[in-house]
Design a protein around this ligand. Structure first.
Ligand SMILES: Cc1cc2nc3c(=O)[nH]c(=O)nc-3n(C[C@H](O)[C@H](O)[C@H](O)COP(=O)(O)O)c2cc1C
Length: 181
């Protein structure tokens, strides 16, 4: 199985990236794993021109197409995303906007036959899970319009930095076993 781990944080060595590292370590024993951190990528803002509504092609030339290619090459995608101001980080939102050529709201969208199954993990520093649940809803909304079937979600609250994720290593490994065998 091909697994894509999409790190929606701009921080390449943050708490979010440690979650993807733990999962990659676990899954790469039996699956083909690709990890992408949006913080490593060049992703321009959507300018709202809707040229992609005419021919399914975005007028911009950056890393978005290759990320989307990786999504549609995978059997499973897991988006791991921190709360920034009670929402997804700007880079994640800009990436979602730029997926408009592939959205089922686009009358001339790019047709894709193979779609992965979708999973989400949200994390935040605060203790109330509601904020993580809202972020999970945003990612599932994105999956819905990409026609990526949502299969599971989880969240971690009270996460300040990587050391707090290190304490959760066993539960992340268990979650991995539960979701991906
Ligand atoms: C700009 C910014 C805004 C944040 N806003 C929130 C917030 O609204 N609620 C919250 O619980 N945590 C918030 N946090 C904390 C992050 O969710 C938390 O530190 C997370 O572990 C960061 O993951 P990262 O290290 O991968 O960036 C914010 C962090 C940053 C940098």
């Amino acid at each position: 199985m091909k697994v894509l781990l999409l790190d929606g944080s701009p921080k390449k060595d943050g708490a979010t990236s440690l979650i993807t590292e733990i999962i990659a370590e676990q899954l790469s024993k039996i699956h083909i794993v690709e990890s992408i951190c949006l913080g490593d990528k060049r992703i321009n803002y959507c300018i709202g021109c809707k040229a992609c509504h005419i021919d399914g092609i975005c007028c911009q030339d950056d890393n978005v197409e290759s990320i989307v290619h990786s999504i549609f090459q995978s059997d499973v995608m897991l988006t791991v995303v921190p709360s920034y101001w009670a929402d997804v980080p700007g880079q994640m939102k800009v990436f979602i906007d730029r997926c408009t050529p592939y959205s089922n709201t686009n009358p001339n969208r790019v047709e894709v036959i193979h779609k992965p199954k979708g999973y989400v993990i949200a994390l935040r520093t605060g203790s109330n899970p509601t904020e993580c649940e809202e972020i999970i809803k945003s990612i599932n909304h994105f999956y819905g319009h990409m026609e990526i079937e949502e299969k599971g979600s989880a969240y971690f609250c009270r996460i300040n930095d990587r050391s707090d994720i290190e304490k959760q290593r066993d539960s992340i490994t268990l979650l991995c076993d539960e979701w991906f065998q």
